[in-house]
Structure formats: structure tokens, C-alpha cells
Design a protein around this ligand. Structure first.
Ligand SMILES: O=C[C@H](O)[C@H](O)COP(=O)(O)O
Ligand SMILES: C=C(OP(=O)(O)O)C(=O)O
Ligand SMILES: [Mn+2]
Length: 449
């Protein structure tokens, strides 16, 4: 990697969770090619998201961040991208309208192809192979050939991300996301699900409100487009480094693979390459905080990643588990707040609530997810701080991966449509249920009506 501009200091530090490529020369060639590819996002857009996240941190907006645990190359289709986006847009509308708060919409999309794993290997029937680490690294099939890390997959990740982002941009700016389309997004859903029917009632209210505003002289053009940002875990540093470029406007480094990137629970070591990398780029940054995080860990991350105490720069994505969030979160929030920092606090109610069902499926209970969100809101209410948003794993498809929800999925249903490449996702109905419940919590606890 050639060193243009500021130093790439992270490249000499230990990086956890990286694939072991059999042919380092092949990797170098791929990285050199990637470094010559055009950016996927413009640095100015990342700045815009930082401004939006500053509003979240100050308590003036709410973050909705969601998408697959792991995107898959064979799911880069118009229908799947549209349905995911549609789900996020519907959730965004529910939250905006029912909680009366501006919603910053960020997809786990167009780059979420790489997975950290609890174990580097997987054993089935006495055979041990490298774990699946996401489509950017290896294949899901349990064969030696598929599980061998292949650097060519980094290029496929770039192209899959580019075509996904292209379609997302077309939908969000080309008329599909027009607020006047609130009913159209729900058409295929309205009769088949309780949350679809509930949404339809809300969409009618929005219609009335739009008609009222237009009658008052508001410009309908204002509602034609939606601001939507991309994000993923910055896990594979070969890829992220190749897409980290000097911004010609400012001379600063930006990771132009996405608007926002985050550091996962397994790679947030203070002396590690991921934290160093994130400290050097200007994008808004997220860091996952699991139940073992101490206040000193949080303060050290704050000093490394947000030394200037710039609202919008740093988001702490808390994923403690429903049974721990009420115990563990308060002292983190207290100490960080006392330090004078204005960070965005966001709940990821998924990753602390995963368990294996008797059938062997990795799953989550909708009620645990909801309970962790409730705990997160309770802690912030108690401390007078802002519950800034939710970070969830979801899909627009009617999968059966998480149990519970208004259109209840039972443990015995999991096998019907269990399609995730990694962690269990909320389906569309469960996602909408969650949006309604979170909107109600926000309205009651933050807005006070
Ligand atoms: O989001 C991803 C998973 O939580 C992470 O990859 C770990 O999963 P594992 O415990 O199945 O390895
Ligand atoms: C791996 C993930 O989360 P965490 O780092 O919080 O475990 C994830 O977001 O998919
Ligand atoms: Mn996950």
C-alpha cells in the first residue's frame, strides 16, 4: 500500500479477526487494485452524517440503523434491496410520526459482508474447517475449498456494495421514498399482518397531515426524497485501508467505503489496529460496547476516538443483553457524561440476546430484544441523558429467524424460512412491531406525552 498523505499507522499494529490468506502476493495485488477504484461515498456525505449524528448526540434526533447481520453476494437483487429499504423506510416513518422526532436513517448495507467469529474454526462430524467469516472472506458451504479465504472476494465485496448503494440512492432520491408513497410501501403487507394493518392506519394519518400541510402552502417537493446513509463494521483492514483516501478538500483521511463505520465488540482493543484506524479517519464512528466494558474502557475509547469532544463523531452502540443493561450501562453513561463528552448512545438489542434453540438454530426472542430497549430507555431516563437510537439486524423478507412478535413465530417455526448467513434477523413484521413499540417508549419517556 503506498503512503499518500497522513500516515497509515494502524498497519503496523496487531489486527484481530483477520483472515489468513494462503497467498499473500495475491492479496497485495487485490489491495493495489482496490486502491485504484473510485470511492463509494463522497467525504462530504460522511461530514453530513456526522452533523446528523451530532443532533442525535444532543438529543434532537433519533438514529435508526439496521440491516442484515451479514449481507450475502447472492442476495444483491433488486427485490431484496428494495424490501430491506422499504422496511427501514416504514420503520423510519413510524418513528418520525409516532415519536415526533427527526430520524437519521442508516443501513447496515452496501458493505456489511465481513464477520468476526467467536471461534476461528468450526467442527462438524469430526471435520474441522475455518469458520465462515462473511462473503468478503470465504464461502458458507462446509467444504475445504469454500472455507479457504480468497482475496478476490474483496473485489466482489466492492462491486456488490457499489451496485447496492447505486440502487439505494436511486430509490431514495428518485421518487420511491417519496412520503406520498407511504401506502405503496405497505401494499403487499397490509392484509397479511397485524403490524401491516397498524401501519396502514398511521399512513392514513400521514396522508391527512400531508394534505393539511400542502393546503397551508408547504412545498410537496420537500417530501420527495429521503436522506439515507450506508454503514458496516470496519473489520477487514486490508479492504478498509484500500478505500481510505485523502479528501482533496481538507487533506484528511476518509474511509470512502461507507458513510459510517463501526468497530465491533471483538476488535475494540485499545492497542489494536481497528481503534488506531478509526482514530485516523474523519467518518462518524461507532463502537460496540458489550457487558464486559468498564467505564475506564469507555473513557479510553473516547480519548482515542473523540479527543476533540466533537458531537457526532462518536457513537457508543451498547449491546449488553436484556439481563445486564440496567446494571452495566448507568456507570458508563455517568462517567462518559461527566467527562464532558457529547456522544450518541444507541442500543443494539440483538447481540447480547442470542441463544441456540433445541433445533440448533441461533435465535433471539423478540421480548428480550424489546426488554433490552426498555432497559436502555430506563437508564437514560434515570440519568437525564438521551436514548439516541436503535441498531438492529433485520431483513425485508418474511424469514423465521427470531421468535415472538405480534405475528408470532414459535421455536418450532424456525426451520420454515431460516436464511441468515450469520445471526438471526427480525423479519419485516417484527421490525415494524419494534418500531411502534420504540416510538411509544420515546413519546412517553422522552417527549413526555
Ligand atoms: O454478528 C455476528 C455474530 O454475533 C458474530 O459473528 C459471532 O458469531 P458466532 O458466535 O456464531 O461466531
Ligand atoms: C458482530 C456484530 O456485533 P458485535 O460486534 O456487537 O458482536 C454485529 O453487529 O454483527
Ligand atoms: Mn450480528
Amino acid at each position: 500500500m503506498n503512503l499518500h498523505g497522513p500516515s497509515r499507522s494502524w498497519q503496523s499494529l496487531p489486527a484481530a479477526q483477520q483472515p489468513e490468506y494462503p497467498d499473500p502476493q495475491a492479496l497485495r495485488e487485490v489491495v493495489a487494485d482496490l486502491a485504484s477504484y473510485p470511492p463509494l461515498v463522497f467525504a462530504g456525505e460522511a461530514d453530513q452524517l456526522r452533523t446528523r449524528m451530532a443532533a442525535v448526540a444532543r438529543g434532537e434526533a433519533f438514529l435508526l440503523q439496521g440491516g442484515d447481520c451479514a449481507e450475502a453476494f447472492d442476495a444483491v437483487s433488486a427485490d431484496q434491496i428494495r424490501d430491506k429499504l422499504k422496511t427501514l423506510l416504514q420503520m423510519g416513518v413510524v418513528l418520525t410520526y409516532a415519536a415526533s422526532v427527526p430520524v437519521v436513517k442508516v443501513g447496515r448495507i452496501a458493505g456489511q459482508y465481513s464477520k468476526p467469529r467467536s471461534s476461528p474454526t468450526e467442527t462438524r462430524d469430526g471435520v474441522t474447517l475455518p469458520s465462515y467469516r462473511g462473503d468478503s472472506v470465504n464461502g458458507q458451504a462446509f467444504t475445504e475449498a469454500a472455507r479457504m479465504p480468497d482475496p478476490q472476494r474483496l473485489k466482489r465485496m466492492y462491486h456488490a456494495s457499489a451496485s447496492t448503494l447505486n440502487l439505494v440512492r436511486a430509490f431514495t432520491t428518485g421518487g420511491y421514498a417519496d412520503l406520498h408513497q407511504v401506502h405503496a410501501w405497505n401494499q403487499d403487507f397490509v392484509k397479511s399482518s397485524p403490524s401491516g394493518r397498524r401501519y396502514e392506519a398511521l399512513a392514513r394519518e400521514i396522508d391527512n397531515a400531508l394534505n393539511f400541510m400542502q393546503a397551508c402552502g408547504a412545498d410537496p417537493e420537500e417530501f420527495r426524497t429521503v436522506e439515507f446513509f450506508s454503514s458496516h463494521e470496519a473489520l477487514l483492514l486490508d479492504y478498509e485501508s484500500a478505500l481510505t483516501r485523502v479528501d482533496s478538500r481538507t487533506g484528511r483521511l476518509y474511509d470512502v467505503s461507507a458513510h459510517m463505520v463501526w468497530i465491533g465488540e471483538r476488535t475494540r482493543q485499545l492497542g489494536g489496529a481497528h481503534v488506531e484506524f478509526a482514530s485516523k479517519i474523519r467518518n462518524p464512528i461507532g463502537v460496540k460496547l458489550g457487558p464486559t466494558t468498564t467505564p475506564d474502557d469507555a473513557l479510553a475509547l473516547l480519548d482515542r476516538l473523540d479527543p476533540d469532544r466533537e458531537p457526532g463523531r462518536l457513537t457508543f452502540v451498547v449491546r449488553m443483553g436484556a439481563d445486564k443493561v440496567r446494571d452495566k450501562l448507568p456507570e458508563l453513561v455517568e462517567k462518559v457524561t461527566a467527562s464532558g463528552a457529547v456522544v450518541a448512545w444507541v442500543t443494539d438489542p440483538m447481540h447480547g440476546n442470542t441463544f441456540e434453540a433445541a433445533s440448533g438454530h441461533k435465535t433471539r426472542r423478540f421480548d428480550d430484544v424489546l426488554d433490552e430497549v426498555k432497559g436502555f430507555f430506563e437508564v437514560h431516563k434515570e440519568l437525564g441523558t438521551h436514548p439516541g437510537g436503535i441498531h438492529v439486524e433485520l431483513t425485508g423478507d418474511d424469514v423465521t429467524e427470531c421468535v415472538g412478535g405480534g405475528d408470532e413465530i414459535l421455536v418450532d417455526d424456525l426451520h420454515h424460512r431460516y436464511e441468515t448467513a450469520c445471526d438471526p434477523r427480525l423479519n419485516r413484521s417484527q421490525s415494524l412491531d419494534l418500531a411502534f413499540l420504540v416510538a411509544q417508549m420515546y413519546r412517553e419517556q422522552v417527549r413526555g406525552f
